[in-house]
Design a protein around this ligand. Structure first.
Ligand SMILES: [Zn+2]
Length: 83
């Protein structure tokens, strides 16, 4: 999702768009696949902080996240405009 590279399924991790620690749920609309490197780079920060730092990840997320719940994408856009 973030770097846009392709990996075999076993090298991918599931990433919660809205982190579990920030009360994100486990529904499909809150999950994207991420390679391990991206997942580590994102860490436990807010996704908006990670996206602000990486233009590639930002473009890929908004390009490919058609299945992510609209309310989560809306919130993400709002967070990114705030800072
Ligand atoms: Zn990646």
């Amino acid at each position: 999702m973030y770097c846009g590279e392709q990996f075999p399924a076993e090298e991918l991790t599931l990433d919660h768009v809205e982190a579990r620690v920030r009360r994100g749920d486990r529904s499909d609309g809150n999950l994207v696949s991420a390679c391990r490197a991206c997942n580590v780079r994102k860490g436990h920060r807010r996704l908006s902080d990670f996206l602000r730092e990486s233009e590639v990840a930002r473009e890929n997320l908004f390009r490919y996240a058609m299945h992510v719940w609209p309310r989560i994408l809306r919130k993400l856009r709002e967070e990114m405009e705030r800072y």
